[in-house]
Design a binder for this molecule. Structure first.
Ligand code: SAM
Length: 187
């Protein structure tokens, strides 16, 4: 959940919060406020690159936190002021509850610190919500998220020296770049 998105200045970073959440194993994103640009960017990523990641925008952060906890889930709030990640990740990993991970933009309401089950710092130095989310999810999923298969989208064939992309859903569609099933770019 992204709290406090400011449409006039946070478009790119909030989009990156969503892209990181999707790529690093989250199943959905909640956004306080609405922003058509973000909705379109994330929908486009999901359309092109597959998987089932969804965005729900215009939510109330407190309403979502209360609902989540009432349904038995736990809330992790990422903040530089929290308990340092190495000291708490085992407890979180073993809690056996669905997790809602919250990141802020500017100032997060003080109530969030009280409602969260854990306030977690990814190191007690200021940096970025994008970095904090990526490191947290990577530690939570122990790196397994990097091998996740996103069904139904373009597939990158990992390569040391070239770009190779497969278009599994459109193997012969000339509207897709490299519409013979793949595109190879490079030396
Ligand atoms: N004062 C803020 C805080 O509480 O972490 C830093 C503001 S920063 C511009 C925006 C967001 O990045 C924060 O709300 C928090 O979610 C995340 N963030 C920044 N540094 C972090 C850190 N060291 N550990 C965890 N989250 C961090």
């Amino acid at each position: 959940m992204r709290i406090g998105h400011r449409p006039e200045r946070d478009k790119r970073i909030t989009t990156h919060v969503g892209l990181v959440a999707r790529a690093f194993g989250a199943s959905e994103m909640l956004l306080t406020g609405r922003d058509a640009h973000i909705e379109e960017s994330l929908a486009d990523a999901a359309r092109r690159w597959g998987g089932s990641f969804t965005l729900h925008s215009g939510v109330s952060w407190k309403g979502e936190v209360m609902r989540w906890k009432e349904a038995g889930g736990a809330v992790v709030h990422l903040t530089m002021y929290g308990t340092n990640l190495p000291d708490v990740i085992d407890e979180i990993s073993h809690c056996e509850r669905d997790l809602l991970v919250a990141v802020g933009a500017e100032k997060v309401p003080a109530e969030m610190y009280q409602l969260a089950d854990w306030n977690v710092a990814v190191g007690n130095q200021p940096h970025s919500e994008v970095a904090a989310l990526a490191v947290f999810l990577d530690r939570l999923f122990l790196g397994r998220e990097l091998e996740e298969d996103f069904a139904g989208g373009l597939k990158i064939v990992p390569s040391a020296r070239s770009k190779k992309v497969l278009y599994p859903e459109h193997p012969n569609d000339s509207n897709y770049p490299g519409g013979k099933g793949s595109e190879e770019i490079g030396p």
